[in-house]
Design a protein around this ligand. Structure first.
Ligand SMILES: *Cc1c(COP(=O)(O)O)cnc(C)c1O
Length: 492
């Protein structure tokens, strides 16, 4: 392992130094930057001063001091320290790169706190000890998230060959479920070769395909449940209606296929925990239909749709329903496919204000506007990390990371309605149509967004030539040691 520097966390103070080191960026006028952008210069200088101060407090980690930083071959390091510290660290680094005239110096970045994923796993075990989580890879196939969850004993819900190939180096194929009811025949054949046997279906064509290329598969019938009270209604696309189930099971029997259980998905972003109760009741009915078709089911897959804020409520409804509908369950294995639950809050995004459009004078700003007259442009948008706005019905809200050269935002700073936009040339690229931001917020300042781990990076595009924002990893707080311990399984 190479020598790694870890900067010690400290609480930043407001700074207003003046170091004349950055004005040489402009070949035209040596002091041009300070002349035309006095504030921007101050900001960069101040953050540089901060950086210089911090670097005198560097902790060096050497090979025998591997407690400090985890390095998995081919992946970026996992640092220690609180997420906020690394967000600020990134801002300071950007200031330094700006001073060095690096292209793309101010690019947006994620900070992922893997301790949060660990914490969610403990929370899962505490509330749903009987249910094995199979993490839904599509939600965020981050290499460290996958490694951490693999080390913690989770399984994986995959929807494609690509996802299966991501997790098979990490876990045994028995810990993978191919939970896409409509698969390409070549994908089914490939999963047979890889030894991935558990897969879902919800139609007879799928049964014919599976009988042809993976006759030894262990099938799970995906049933339709009431997802009308969820944001992402997966039932529009998947799930066998109850009335079709007996015929489907009859067909499976006729084709000599092994159906081992039932799965459902109450919908992503469900705001009604009772959906789980209704779904478990339907699953019970399908277990009985299985009996009629000559099967003894042994697997119940309760799907995903668990949300951070309502997790305990959903878990409690689910446990009660399982107790009610499956009172004798010695021979029953129960699994789930949580996605967003594990990662949503583990990732934050920092984005730089790269441009602003505002009325020429403060008097012209309409303070009560529903359509704010002040518009900020940041360097990630709906074609990138914020695709969750379009695809996952989210409304991320920014907070101020740095304002006027300081990480300290005075509580007295006046706010005004503003809108926040992504960097592309498409008008659909709106991150926030109305939000309250400080009237002093300007180009060069940084915004941050929490809750950016689910359905963000994985679907980000490079539309218009903007790169996908990179991730800085940390394992901070009380579970840092456990996370490093778990990841060491994969470190060289
Ligand atoms: C998307 C998906 C999940 C994960 O959903 P979350 O809302 O992120 O928990 C689980 N199972 C299947 C089949 C899915 O399609």
């Amino acid at each position: 392992m190479s020598r790694v520097e870890v900067l010690s966390p400290r609480s930043p103070v407001s700074f207003d130094f003046d170091i004349d080191v950055i004005t040489s960026c402009s070949p035209r006028s040596p002091s041009g930057l300070s002349a035309s952008f006095p504030r921007e210069k101050r900001l960069t200088n101040a953050i540089l001063a901060e950086l210089l101060y911090t670097s005198s407090h560097v902790v060096h980690a050497t090979e025998d001091d591997s407690e400090e930083v985890i390095v998995v071959p081919g992946l970026p390091p996992v640092y220690r320290g609180h997420r906020e510290f690394h967000l600020r660290q990134g801002v300071m680094k950007a200031a330094q790169l700006t001073a060095e005239c690096e292209p793309d110096a101010e690019k947006a970045f994620f900070v992922a706190d893997l301790s949060y994923v660990y914490k969610q796993h403990l929370r899962w075990k505490k509330n749903l000890p009987e249910i094995e989580p199979f993490y839904a890879v599509k939600c965020n196939p981050d290499p460290y998230v996958l490694r951490l969850l693999a080390a913690l004993g989770a399984g994986f819900d995959c929807a494609s060959n690509g996802e299966i190939n991501l997790v098979l180096p990490l876990v045994d194929p028995s810990r993978v479920i191919f939970a896409n009811p409509c698969k390409a025949t070549s994908f089914i054949r490939q999963s047979a070769r890889a030894g991935v046997d558990m897969m879902t279906f919800d139609n007879t064509d799928e049964l014919h395909k599976i009988a042809r290329v993976h006759p030894g598969a262990k099938l799970i019938i995906r049933i339709l449940t009431d997802d009308s009270k969820s944001l992402c209604r997966l039932g529009l696309k998947f799930g066998a209606p109850m009335v079709t189930v007996p015929a489907l099971l009859g067909k499976a029997r006729e084709l000599n296929l092994d159906v081992i259980g039932v799965s459902f998905h109450v919908g992503s972003g469900s705001y009604d925990s009772n959906a789980f109760s209704d779904a478990v009741m339907r699953a019970r009915m399908v277990f009985d239909m299985g009996k009629d078709a000559g099967y003894t089911f042994t697997l119940l897959d309760v799907g995903g749709g668990f949300e951070d804020p309502t997790f305990e409520a959903s878990a409690s409804v689910l446990k009660d329903a399982i107790e009610q509908y499956f009172p004798a369950r010695d021979n029953l294995r129960i699994i789930a496919e949580p996605g967003r639950y594990y990662v949503a809050q583990a990732f934050s995004l920092a984005a730089n204000v790269i441009a602003r459009r505002a009325p020429p004078t403060a008097e012209d700003v309409d303070p009560d506007s529903e359509n704010p007259s002040v518009m900020y442009y940041i360097n990630d948008g709906v074609y990138g990390a914020f695709n969750c706005i379009l695809f996952d019905h989210q409304s991320p809200q920014p907070y101020i990371l740095s304002l006027d050269g300081s990480f300290h935002v005075p509580s007295t700073v006046p706010l005004r309605p503003s809108s926040v936009w992504g960097p592309t040339c498409d008008s659909i690229d709106c991150v926030c149509s109305v939000t309250q931001l400080p009237s002093t917020l300007q180009v060069g300042d940084w915004l941050a967004f929490d809750n950016m781990g689910a359905y963000t990076i994985c679907a980000a595009s490079q539309f218009n030539g903007f790169q996908v924002s990179k991730v800085t990893y940390t394992a901070g707080g009380e579970f840092g040691r456990e996370v490093r311990e778990a990841l060491r399984t994969f470190a060289s």
